[in-house]
Ligand binder design. Structure first.
Ligand SMILES: CC/C=C/CC(=O)SCCNC(=O)CCNC(=O)[C@H](O)C(C)(C)COP(=O)(O)OP(=O)(O)OC[C@H]1O[C@@H](n2cnc3c(N)ncnc32)[C@H](O)[C@@H]1OP(=O)(O)O
Length: 727
């Protein structure tokens, strides 16, 4: 039953029942219409309470229905209008979540009572749409333009206490919201209801609405880089102030239709479901997320308090897991401790703002700082986060192997070293796993969980569950140099470097990719990460520095094209932000504001002259194609090698760890949207003209999928099923 009805004296309680989140699917909407019609005409009913089963009001419209063949036949706003016009008072009893259409439904009720732990909001913008069941018209009428705009454009979850302060709910209760709503319903029987019908009220404001919204629009254009939904949300809110309610609703509908035509909602909804699907990992041996139990992690330790270690300690503590943080000397321990404490203070401040109290179990886990390895021996899981050096990591794992209790999990935060080699020095390779965090680790949502050859399913389940506990989106990947995200970054950065050789400047390449929607272009990103990191790794591989065989041409390695520009900058001490100079110049070492550097322009001009490189006319569109298709081609190779289990995994990695614009779905989704044949043609053309750039040779899988007509992304797995799987 999609909705049920009970009677409490003269109050009818209608309960939405559609597990797991009471989404307002077509059957639920039909059931609501039927129940409403019956209670309206039932003389024994004097008031109505609307609530959700299993402690959740509703997570809104059923998102799966938006793209399904069977499009909605029932309009949610029609139901809302029906509720609002009812002559019997309707009280929403909000528990758990009231999101999107769920909150819109509650706003159509005459009164709202919420349980104290409820969160509510209009997060439609995060799935590429706008609240299109009256939310953009009713919320501003209830709480005013600035507060409504903030909730609608950011799509944020508003805790019940804040919702009460804003006036979204009439009462917040610590116990059953349904019981409290029934009580309230009884009290309001017979009271005048006109002012409780939000659609009949005018929006109140004492600001220049147009100027306020114009400023918001400009800000949103800069902040959301090409995403259309935030802009549509602002226009819908503008309509609430300028138009009568019904015309505002028409505007809401028009904006929804125009958004749908951009293709962005489809990309963002694909990203939404992909994030949920990657948690459902499966191994070729049949073990899966739902048949392997994770072990409980009660305590953890982190080794190394550099940038990554500090973030990881904070992240664990934020999730209320007690942590032991280890460094090798007092100086590093002290500076790590100071940094962690300051990060934790900020987290505590945030928790306070969200209305969470430590007494309710929402506090921060304790952190104990130590120089002594022995202190780690009883923790359930340790994460090594020292710098990227195989010998150092092996020393640490040898030590851990002898000290730690036998069932402790040993994780490494390497960003690309061989997990099997690290595990080989331990007495428990089955408990060794890669947990690749992204910087800053207390903020970035991505966690690449890297399975080694001997990693057990229980270890995988535990690392994946730890990711969830930390509020991250954990993606299981196989073990290969650089894993998934960083591996795909290689050819992307290579093309960006080649573009400089061919006549572009860092700021021009960055601008093209930032206009595409990336949070940061490749050169700003390299400056932020530190150019020395890649330089050290290239020196280790004999590609840069003294290890390069004598007589090797400057722009060639092993017969292939090579760009030494980044090495040359490093030789001059230009490591990026940390040294105040890199591809850009900064106000000081550690400065964050990148300014184009005339020195770099001069340096590039001299370089091109020295090597007699002719400036080629590369159309700006080609900047995108070359960088993005290089990255996508490597993504296909990752799939071909069985390092990721599907295109969604890669897309989730890029959306959450590499600043890929979510409104474009992810690199693999983007490839399918552009058309695989188109991607293949461009790669083939480039590779034919540049056979010395092997990364641009079209991958076998891309060719195969293009040959069968470039099927939609959800059908790629049929082809992948025939390929090896290294998970
Ligand atoms: C024209 C009318 C316009 C209406 C506008 C709308 O209402 S659009 C929808 C707006 N609502 C949302 O965007 C909410 C999306 N959901 C969430 O944010 C979260 O799922 C949650 C409700 C906060 C719960 O989070 P939690 O981490 O507890 O669980 P999961 O995210 O894993 O979700 C559990 C399963 O439920 C599925 N699901 C969640 N929301 C919806 C939804 N609105 N429609 C359909 N399905 C939904 C989710 O996919 C999970 O399913 P699995 O099959 O278990 O993976």
């Amino acid at each position: 039953m999609a909705a049920t009805r009970t009677l409490s004296h003269t109050v009818a309680v209608i309960k939405i029942n559609n597990p797991p989140v009471n989404a307002l699917s077509t059957p639920v909407c039909q059931a609501l219409i039927k129940e409403l019609a019956e209670v309206k005409k039932d003389p024994s009913v004097e008031a109505i309470v609307l609530c959700g089963a299993n402690g959740k009001f509703s997570a809104g419209a059923d998102i799966r229905e938006f793209s399904s063949a069977a499009r909605r036949t029932v309009s949610l706003e029609d139901i809302n209008a029906e509720i609002e016009s009812t002559t019997k008072p309707v009280v929403a009893a909000i528990e758990g979540v009231a999101l999107g259409g769920g909150l819109e439904l509650a706003l159509s009720c005459h009164y709202r009572v919420a349980h104290i732990k409820t969160v509510m909001g209009l997060p439609e913008v995060l799935i590429g749409i706008l609240p299109a069941a009256g939310g953009t018209q009713r919320l501003p009428r209830l709480i005013g333009i600035p507060a409504a705009l903030d909730i609608i454009v950011r799509g944020r979850h508003v805790p019940a206490t804040e919702a009460f302060q804003l006036g979204i709910v009439d009462e917040v209760v610590p116990s059953s919201a349904i019981a409290a709503a029934v009580q309230m319903a009884r009290k309001v029987i017979g009271k005048p209801m006109d002012s409780r019908r939000l659609s009949t009220n005018a929006v109140q404001y004492n600001i220049n609405v147009d100027a306020f919204l114009d400023t918001a629009l400009e800000k949103a254009k800069r902040q959301f880089r090409g995403a259309q939904a935030p802009l549509a949300c602002i226009e819908a809110v503008r309509a609430s102030a300028q138009l009568p309610y019904q015309r505002g609703i028409e505007k809401e509908r028009q904006l929804f239709a125009s958004l749908w035509a951009t293709g962005q909602p489809q990309a963002q909804q694909y990203a939404f479901f992909s994030e949920r699907n990657v948690g459902k990992w499966t191994l070729p041996s049949g073990e899966r997320w739902d048949n392997v139990r994770p072990c409980q992690i009660r305590t953890a330790a982190v080794i190394g308090l550099g940038t990554m270690g500090r973030g990881i300690v904070t992240s664990l503590s934020k999730s209320n897991i007690p942590v032991i943080a280890l460094e090798q000397d007092t100086k590093q321990l002290d500076s790590g401790k100071k940094a962690v404490n300051s990060l934790l203070e900020r987290e505590a401040e945030k928790l306070k703002k969200q209305g969470n109290s430590f007494a309710e179990g929402n506090g921060l886990g304790s952190v104990h700082f130590t120089l002594n390895f022995e202190d780690l021996k009883n923790v359930d899981l340790v994460i090594e986060a020292v710098y990227e050096n195989m010998n150092l990591k092996k020393d640490i794992f040898r030590k851990l192997s002898s000290i730690m209790k036998p069932d402790a999990f040993l994780c490494t935060n390497t960003s690309g070293l061989n997990i099997d080699e690290i595990a080989s020095v331990t007495n428990r390779p089955q408990l060794v796993i890669g947990t690749h965090f992204f910087s800053p680790a207390n903020i970035m949502r991505l966690l690449e969980v890297v399975r080694g050859r001997h990693t057990s399913p229980t270890t995988i389940a535990t690392a994946m569950s730890l990711g969830k506990m930390l509020g991250k989106v954990a993606v299981l990947v196989g073990n290969c140099p650089l894993f998934v995200g960083n591996r795909m970054l290689g050819p992307y950065l290579e093309q960006a470097n080649y573009l400089l050789e061919e006549g572009y400047y860092p700021e021009e390449v960055d601008q093209a990719l930032e206009e595409f929607g990336f949070a940061m272009g490749p050169f700003r990103m390299m400056d932020l990460a530190g150019l020395d990191v890649g330089w050290r790794s290239r020196m280790e591989k004999g590609l840069a520095g003294s290890g390069v065989p004598p007589g090797t041409p400057a722009r060639q390695r092993e017969g292939n094209r090579y760009c030494p520009l980044a090495d040359m900058l490093c030789e001059l001490g230009r490591f990026g932000q940390k040294s105040g100079k890199g591809w850009y110049q900064y106000e000081k070492p550690g400065g964050r504001h990148a300014h184009p550097d005339p020195w770099v322009r001069d340096f590039l001009a001299k370089y091109r002259k020295t090597y007699n490189i002719k400036q080629q006319a590369v159309h700006p569109e080609q900047i995108l194609q070359r960088c993005l298709y290089a990255l996508i081609n490597e993504g296909f190779r990752v799939l071909e090698d069985g390092i990721a289990s599907g295109p969604e995994d890669i897309d989730v990695i890029y959306n959450n760890g590499y600043g890929w614009p979510k409104h474009r779905g992810g690199p693999m989704y983007y490839a399918s949207a552009v058309g695989l044949h188109e991607v293949l043609m461009v790669l083939e053309g480039y590779h034919k003209a540049n056979p010395d750039v092997p990364s641009m040779k079209p991958s076998f899988l891309l060719k195969k999928l293009a040959a069968v007509g470039g099927p939609p992304i959800k059908e790629w797995r049929t082809q992948l099923g025939k390929l090896p799987n290294k998970l």
